[in-house]
Ligand binder design. Structure first.
Ligand SMILES: [Zn+2]
Ligand SMILES: [Zn+2]
Length: 126
């Protein structure tokens, strides 16, 4: 899958999971937008479980992909993209990252980052 396709897929998912307001949160599940038009909390005040929504940290400059980890944290892939060899990943949960010599092309970094996101159970501490 190309990066553009991945971004498009994520955009489509995000549209179904993001509450149009007033809270603007993105949830892990799809929202009843066709019936309620927002998340339950915005609709009738039922408090949303904080664990059901992304509390996404600020996106750094050069962010290419952000994987959500098993523990609910994030693995960020940053760099100059598909055709550059200075891409790297770092985990916001456990602090692990691709070491300097492991910087590389996106097709190598992407599966590594994804695998780490699947394996990492460190929870976000913020
Ligand atoms: Zn909402
Ligand atoms: Zn980690």
């Amino acid at each position: 899958m190309t990066l553009a396709k991945e971004a498009a897929l994520d955009k489509a998912m995000a549209a179904r999971q993001t509450c149009p307001g007033p809270c603007g949160r993105r949830y892990f599940h799809c929202l009843p937008l066709k019936t309620l038009g927002s998340c339950l909390e915005c609709f009738d005040g039922t408090p949303a479980d904080p664990a059901s929504a992304f509390t996404e940290p600020v996106r750094p400059k050069g962010l290419l992909i952000r994987f959500v980890t098993t523990g609910g944290s994030y693995v960020d892939v940053t760099g100059h993209g598909e055709h550059a060899e200075n891409n790297r990943w770092n985990c916001l949960g456990c602090g692990d990252s691709s070491a300097r010599p492991e910087q590389g092309y996106l097709f190598r970094i992407r599966p590594d980052a994804n695998n780490h996101a699947t394996a990492c159970r460190a929870i976000p501490l913020t």
